[in-house]
Design a protein around this ligand. Structure first.
Ligand code: GUN
Length: 290
């Protein structure tokens, strides 16, 4: 079996085109959705993410508000900015880029964001709504994963899903989304006994652990849908001294021999995260002002 490659880049472009149409209609009614992105410090990876988010926000016709704060920013200063953005009627969505410097308690900042503007879906109110099946803002990466899974199989009812990773950002909300689709869900993690055997039971396998190519081909059930959330930069001596490349959490070439469908890295889940962020910002704008 050679797997269908799930083209997340193409899916995300289509989603962004639909969002841009909806934003044009809303703007015609005098409502232009706005997304505020806050970055604290100079982490190069975070800076790149934030730059891409701001560019794509403008590309779909939304207003982008970028706040760059020094690494020495205090928790009180950041909480002050969040309060200001909560009160700003032009801001529909607030994203505080993680990780934050160690003097700032990230959970405190997340909980300070108005849940109706929490386009990351990280606030306990939104996490709780997802868990209880109440409409709310849903964490972008798991939402993107679900859309990609459903692009190859609409009805997931009764399927065995294994989510490897239990983070608040990906693993836990992913499990909730799959439960809501009537999957039988197992959340595996670093302490799981015989992880390969657990993965072999999966009709849907989502890998979100941040360990390069950890999931091998012989961990994958024949015909499974494999979603790779990992973005790991590793050395690539074949391309020359000091060169690097990006790989996922799944050994792609091996898994693609066995799976029915698989997301590549790059070009799979990654582009969906920003598209879902814009989708959440549009939804937040419609709910607050529509
Ligand atoms: N850092 C890495 N991914 C994310 C994300 O999805 N949201 C936020 N706020 N920070 C991140």
């Amino acid at each position: 079996m050679t797997a269908t490659i799930i083209d997340g880049k193409a899916y995300a472009e289509g989603l962004c085109a639909r969002i841009a149409n909806a934003v044009r209609d809303l703007s015609g009614q005098g409502v232009t959705p706005g997304l505020a992105v806050v970055i604290v410090g100079e982490d190069p990876a975070s800076q790149l993410y934030v730059k891409n988010k701001a560019r794509q926000t403008v590309d779909v016709g939304m207003r982008s508000f970028k706040h760059v704060l020094p690494a020495s920013t205090s928790e009180a200063e950041l909480l002050g900015l969040v309060a200001q953005l909560n009160a700003d009627p032009a801001v529909d969505g607030i994203l505080v880029q993680l990780p934050l410097p160690k003097q700032i308690d990230a959970q405190k900042v997340i909980e300070a964001i108005d849940p109706t503007k929490d386009v990351d879906g990280f606030h306990p109110i939104n996490a709780g709504k997802l868990m209880t099946g109440v409409p709310g803002l849903i964490s972008c990466t798991p939402l993107g994963c679900l859309l990609l899974i459903q692009s190859v199989r609409r009805d997931l009812s009764g399927l065995n899903a294994v989510v490897v990773g239990r983070s608040n950002i990906v693993g836990k909300p992913m499990a909730q989304l799959l439960i809501a689709q009537s999957c039988t869900v197992t959340v595996a993690h670093s302490r799981t006994r015989d992880l390969p055997e657990v993965c072999r039971e999966a009709d849907i396998l989502v890998a979100a652990v941040g360990r390069p190519e950890m999931v091998r081909g012989d961990w994958v059930k024949r015909g499974a849908i494999v979603i790779d959330v990992g973005i790991n930069r590793v050395s690539n001596p074949a391309a020359g001294e000091g060169r690097t490349k990006v790989v996922g959490d799944v050994a792609y070439a091996e898994a693609a021999q066995v799976a029915s469908a698989i997301t590549p890295v790059p070009g799979g889940v990654g582009p969906m995260t920003i598209a879902c962020l814009l989708r959440n910002t549009l939804e937040a704008a419609c709910l607050r002002r529509g």
